[in-house]
Design a protein around this ligand. Structure first.
Ligand code: HPA
Ligand SMILES: [Zn+2]
Length: 329
């Protein structure tokens, strides 16, 4: 098999990389019992109706993450798989409130993740950034308190994000914490237009001032929004296998990715929660190539976009872009 094309992963929830094998090992190490008899039993629960049915399992399973070592092990396991899939740079989301709500301090989470990420250039040949996400189905006050708890660790954080249940929790609810983050010199991203309407994408752009939109696929329902996203070349971190598993699309062949590319949008392809959605970065590239008939130059353009849309410094970005251009399929 040819080597996978070099790429950046820009939409990846580290808690969504928790594979059943590691979940059971961490449960045992922490003296916890999972409500599943076996790894196969757990995998059988990976059949989702929508975003919420996935989130219920996602939050339940991540309770096995307790110690700094657990977070380091989780990130190291992801980086090992990512490298096999051609990932050269990963901008990694984590959900601090999902851990602090269980009594795990934010410092434990960040120190554990940072330990694995610091070793990644040498150990895995991958550069990384960390993106701290707020849970939009929690209050704006909770996001503000979490931001203040994380303040001593902000040198480890590149950006803030917004995730969890989109419908009923529009971006504007979080205006204040996004203002604080920008004042602190952080970049801003937000999930919008996954299950929620195009109005959420407008709000993410105009109220939160995001640098990228995560998902954004429902933007295609609003021609004015498409024109805006194209004119400003706002990056969209699209996650095809996630969209399939969470029933944002019925079949991969119906995915709007080709229409998004035709509209001149700055689209990237990512894996979201690969343990749950059936594929890591290259698996998503392969799935769209097969289902949508994308040719090699389109795949190369998607790989180029992933570095263009990243928060990398210019020198490193150029180095990676040369690797993409030199790739032989
Ligand atoms: O796909 C997602 N959407 C919203 N929140 C999430 N948290 C993890 N994955 C997701
Ligand atoms: Zn996501």
């Amino acid at each position: 098999m040819a080597a996978p094309i070099p790429k950046a992963e820009l939409h990846l929830h580290i808690e969504g990389t928790l594979e059943p094998e590691l979940a059971f090992a961490l449960a045992e190490g922490n003296g916890l019992t999972l409500p599943f008899a076996s790894q196969d039993d757990l995998r059988a629960a990976y059949s989702f109706q929508d975003l919420q049915s996935f989130l219920d399992l996602y939050y339940a399973l991540m309770t096995v993450l307790r110690t700094e070592d657990d977070f380091a092990d989780l990130a190291d396991a992801y980086l090992t798989r990512a490298r096999e899939q051609g990932v050269r740079h990963a901008e990694i989301f984590f959900d601090p409130q999902a851990h602090t709500a269980r009594g795990v301090p934010v410092g434990t989470v960040i120190r554990g993740l940072a330990r694995a990420l610091d070793a990644a250039p040498e150990k895995h040949g991958i550069t990384t950034r960390l993106i701290m996400c707020f849970l939009r189905d929690h209050s704006a006050g909770s996001a503000l308190r979490t931001f203040e708890e994380a303040r001593p660790h902000l040198e480890r954080i590149t950006a803030i994000g917004l995730d969890s249940a989109e419908v009923g929790n529009p971006p504007a609810k979080f205006r204040e914490v996004f203002e604080l983050a920008r004042e602190a010199g952080l970049k801003c991203v937000a999930h919008a237009g996954e299950e929620g309407p195009p109005a959420n994408v407008w709000e993410a752009l105009d109220v939160l001032g995001v640098d990228r939109v995560d998902h954004g696929v429902r933007s295609m329902e609003d021609p004015k929004l498409v024109a805006r996203l194209a004119a400003d070349q706002v990056p969209l971190t699209v996650c095809p296998l996630s969209n399939l598993r969470l029933r944002v699309v019925d079949r991969l062949a119906d995915h709007p990715l080709p229409a998004m590319l035709d509209a001149g949008l700055m689209v990237t392809v990512n894996s979201d929660d690969p343990s749950y959605f059936g594929g890591y970065a290259e698996d998503n590239f392969t799935a769209v190539r097969e289902a949508l008939g994308l040719d090699e130059e389109t795949l190369r353009a998607l790989a180029r976009n992933s570095f263009q849309a990243s928060f990398l410094d210019e020198t490193t970005r150029e180095t990676y872009l040369k690797e993409v251009d030199a790739h032989v399929f």
